[in-house]
Design a binder for this molecule. Structure first.
Ligand code: ZN
Length: 87
């Protein structure tokens, strides 16, 4: 069995489009809480994109590491940050 996500609409295995994208979690107030490395997958038929393949642990809690802001800004410039929340 393959490890790739499968697009439900198209019935096709997705392709890893970007390894090492940084997913930054924002709380209900919109504050950055923590960030984690993962992969962006894309359905080559319909273009649907998802994040999967998350690292084992959160790389960083916001405000705990001095390098966090700079790291996120660098990733942002490269188009490699996705902000997400549960609301
Ligand atoms: Zn699709």
């Amino acid at each position: 069995m393959s490890q790739e996500p499968i697009c439900v609409a198209c019935g096709k295995a997705m392709r890893a489009e970007l390894n090492g994208i940084f997913a930054v979690y924002k709380d209900r107030k919109g504050n950055c809480e923590e960030g984690i490395m993962c992969d962006k997958w894309r359905c080559y038929v319909c273009g649907y994109e998802i994040l999967s393949g998350f690292a084992q642990d959160f790389i960083c809690k916001y405000g705990q590491e001095e390098w966090f802001d700079q790291f996120v800004k660098g990733k942002e410039k490269a188009g490699e940050v996705v902000y997400w929340s549960r609301d």
